[in-house]
Design a protein around this ligand. Structure first.
Ligand SMILES: Cc1ncc(COP(=O)(O)O)c(C=O)c1O
Length: 374
């Protein structure tokens, strides 16, 4: 959407300025002749482990595979029930279902859009094996509150939350048994293709994830498990190593944009998803507003598109309503908060290089929309 007056997202603005460093990283890999795993991936893993304050960081092929490998490391299998939010990206539940386990959806807290511990408590059964909370839009789930309702293993889906910290200052992903990250290009730490990371403080789980990413072989040709090809490319790691030292500045820019939106919207008839009390707890992978009224969110989106302003809907269909999960027997009443979020939320442009004037244009146009709807 780079042709838009205000694009929803534009990587070229930032990446152009560091082209020389990116080309140098590419050249390093080219000259090494090592294209999968190897020293670049190991160096990137070490740098991530230090940045996140974790013992082990394991580079994998994507955030989706990070969740999959984490659940495999916990030996999740057919018939196991895994609780996850009904409102998240598909990959969270897809990883559960691919293992033959049952995604057990729980509702979200409407004020934060994050997994609601009370809903989790209501969904626990003797077959529940693990919980997968999602730090959605870069905002930390209160894992202390989740811990109060269950002592089962927690796999943090921190795909959108690299650099976010909870109220105690712990890095998202570093709190549960395992944490999963995505380096999809739109993420706060965005790569140049697919990539992901699993982190854990547990030596045995780390060894299992390392084996699982290479077809379950801790040693070549010696397969203790059936894993997959979840390896990270050396080129991706080398390019991500250029981005990693810049992630804090990118997050700071996103937070400044969020504050600007908040203040420009103050007093307007726009329902903000209030940010958490401590700024550090959210990294604004997305800035999401709620638009009340039947069809109003979609009308606003069309209006903004006509004005050349890009927006996105994360996510228009809650997971319990996806056709592939129809056999779970849910309907429109099952998880009302997830259902409402799918109908009412709209993500506005918030990438680091967005300009202050662009934010003003977006807010002004939204105000025009609401005034004309009165
Ligand atoms: C919450 C969540 N989980 C998992 C994933 C999967 O990550 P990837 O796209 O790298 O497979 C994403 C990425 O879009 C995500 O947002």
């Amino acid at each position: 959407m780079t042709g838009a007056r205000v694009p929803f997202f534009d990587r070229t603005r930032g990446d152009g300025a560091i082209e020389g460093e990116l080309l140098a990283a590419f050249q390093r890999v080219l000259r090494s002749g090592r294209y999968i795993l190897g020293p670049e991936v190991e160096a990137f893993e070490d740098e991530c482990a230090r940045a996140l304050g974790v013992r082990h960081a394991i580079g994998v092929s994507s955030g989706s595979d990070a969740v999959l490998a984490s659940l495999m490391a916990l030996r999740v299998g057919p018939g196991d029930e895994i609780i996850c939010p009904a409102y998240t990206f598909f990959a969270t539940a897809g990883a559960i279902a691919r293992l033959g386990a049952i995604p057990v959806f729980a509702d979200i807290d409407p004020s934060t859009l994050l997994l609601d511990p009370a809903s989790v408590a209501a969904r626990l059964t003797p077959r529940t094996r693990a919980i997968v909370p999602v730090h959605l839009f870069g905002r930390c789930v209160d894992l202390g509150a989740l811990r109060a309702v269950t002592s089962l293993p927690i796999v943090e889906d921190a795909a959108q939350a690299f650099g976010a910290r909870d109220a105690l200052g712990r890095a998202a992903g570093s709190i549960g048994a395992l944490g999963c990250f995505s380096f999809f290009p739109t993420k706060n730490l965005g790569g140049f293709g697919d990539g992901g990371l699993v982190v854990t403080g547990d030596d045995a789980l780390a060894a299992r994830v390392r084996a699982l990413r290479a077809h379950g072989a801790p040693e070549k040709n010696h397969h203790t498990d059936v894993g997959g090809n979840f390896r990270l490319d050396a080129l991706q790691a080398a390019l991500l190593r250029v981005m990693l030292p810049r992630v804090e500045a990118a997050i700071a820019a996103r937070r400044a944009h969020a504050r600007r939106y908040d203040s420009l919207f103050a007093g307007a008839d726009v329902h903000l998803i209030a940010s958490p009390p401590a700024d550090g707890a959210a990294t604004y992978n997305q800035y999401v507003i709620r638009v009340l009224g039947a069809g109003a969110r979609d009308r606003l989106r069309t209006f903004l598109a006509d004005e050349g302003i890009g927006t996105e809907i994360y996510y228009p269909v809650a997971l319990h309503r996806q056709p592939c999960f129809a056999s779970l027997g849910h309907d429109v009443r099952s998880f009302p908060n997830a259902e409402a979020a799918a109908l009412e939320t709209l993500a506005l442009p918030i990438f680091p290089e967005l300009e202050a004037l662009e934010i003003e244009i977006v807010v002004e146009k939204i105000k025009v929309f609401f005034r004309s709807a009165e």
